[in-house]
Design a protein around this ligand. Structure first.
Ligand code: BJ8
Length: 426
């Protein structure tokens, strides 16, 4: 499709065309500097480069075509939204990204300045008319995770249709009951807006579809145990980021191809870096597209990232939905069980996350952990204390980073990360 045709599509979606052009230019330059400059990239990354180059083009066109066939597009901001229900009614779930600084000024007109960058970003994208994904959505699904998101959705719904799922804050039997009720309420909502009932057959297919996408990402993670690291953390993060909006069937197929290539590289003992380069994992808040700042800083400071303990990472791919259920009721229970295992810092207490981080660090032979939290994110900035203690017990060093989406602190971050890399080398 030609650029002019895309422009027509963006106009029809109501985007601010000149601001949007500016965004695409910045994104292209940023991507070139951070991604295309890497050595020894896998051939399979070409697919990801293509998807990203068409992030506001081809995929949006696909969504528009699906809409004209009567499909509904449902946007989400959190991995707690059980997307299987959306796919089961022949809808399309899209993880809305919220990883750019753009639109902050507009966002700060309705939100306090000291709100986390992720929340300001989704508000800014909407208010500045910059995101074709948000504009394509028939419904955006929010959730009561942190206070910031919960309250921001009340404002967001003045601009776009929003539906909020109540999420418990603890994991007792009563909390599971509450969440199950919420999943059923969401099921009814999705059925209402699509005019379709969720059948056992369709739900089963949807569970498989999304499990398969999780399985290929698990395969990718297993391959990253190899020494030397066969893929950069930046590329692995990008793969995880794209999983939120690409077609799941195509994505799974393409990432399996990439993993085949990776497997050969591992068998040959080749890597993206030299042997002996410190291996780090990042842990904490999700890094949404195009938030590549920290991975770039880490990987240009003499280390390689071998895992992401994050919702755009293992927190989203670790657990599968049990596929043995035969009735809708069985499958809803399996979905509830799987989602209640997510170890987001919004829960209290949250010991599973600490166990998972330690387990991951050992499994991936990581030399250290970079704890990443967005400024003003209370769940993750506060939980960093417990994470540090848990890692300390295992003699695994941790660096605590609090930042936002601006580039102003890059040099300062670099100095701190370089010092940490020196420390873990000893
Ligand atoms: S399950 S991590 S995707 S809530 S960074 S907006 S927590 S103040 S993103 Fe999240 Fe779901 Fe949890 Fe995952 Fe609030 Fe913190 Fe901002 Fe955050």
């Amino acid at each position: 499709m030609h650029e002019e045709q895309y422009e027509k599509m963006w106009e029809e979606l109501g985007l601010d065309i000149s601001a949007h052009d500016g965004l695409l230019k910045v994104l292209g330059k940023f991507y070139g500097d951070i991604y295309l400059s890497q050595d020894k990239r896998l051939k399979g990354m070409e697919y990801l480069d293509f998807v990203l180059s068409e992030v506001h083009g081809l995929r949006i066109k696909e969504l528009q075509d699906a809409k004209s066939e009567g499909k509904k597009i449902i946007g989400t901001f959190c991995v707690f939204v059980p997307e299987e229900l959306i796919w089961a009614v022949n809808g399309i779930a899209v993880g809305l990204c919220a990883g750019a600084e753009i639109g902050m000024e507009a966002a700060e007109k309705v939100l306090p300045r000291n709100t986390c960058a992720l929340i300001k970003s989704f508000m800014g994208f909407k208010l500045s008319k910059l995101c074709p994904y948000i504009e394509s959505c028939d419904l955006v699904v929010g959730e009561t995770t942190c206070d910031g998101k919960k309250k921001a959705y009340e404002i967001f719904e003045e601009y776009t249709p929003v539906y909020v799922i109540e999420l418990p804050q603890m994991k007792r039997a009563a909390d599971r009951r509450l969440f199950k009720e919420e999943v059923l309420r969401f099921k009814a909502k999705i059925e209402e807006i699509t005019g379709r009932d969720i059948t056992a057959e369709h739900l089963k297919e949807a569970i498989k579809l999304i499990n398969n996408r999780r399985k290929v990402l698990q395969r990718l993670n297993r391959l990253r145990k190899a020494t030397p690291a066969p893929i950069s953390g930046r590329d692995a993060l990008l793969i995880n980021q794209i999983s939120f909006y690409d077609d799941p069937l195509r994505f799974t197929e393409k990432i399996h191809e990439l993993c085949d290539e990776l497997e050969k590289r591992v068998e040959a003992g080749h890597g993206i870096v030299e042997n002996g380069i410190p291996r780090l994992i990042t842990s904490g808040c999700p890094m949404a597209v195009p938030n590549w700042k920290l991975p770039y800083v880490v990987e240009s400071s003499g280390a390689v990232i071998v895992g992401e303990e994050s919702c755009i990472g293992t927190r989203n791919t670790r657990d599968l939905v049990d596929e043995s259920g035969q009735t809708v009721e069985d499958m809803i229970d399996a979905i509830v069980d799987r989602y209640m295992r997510i170890d987001c810092a919004c829960f209290t207490p949250n010991p599973e996350r600490l166990e998972h981080i330690v387990e991951m660090a050992k499994d991936l032979k990581a030399d250290g952990v970079v704890h990443y939290a967005l400024q003003f994110c209370h769940p993750y900035t506060i939980e960093a204390y417990k994470v540090e203690k848990a890692l300390e017990k295992e003699n695994i060093p941790m660096l605590r980073i609090e930042t936002d989406y601006s580039m102003e602190d890059v040099e300062q971050l670099k100095t701190r990360v370089e010092a940490f890399v020196e420390l873990v080398k000893q």
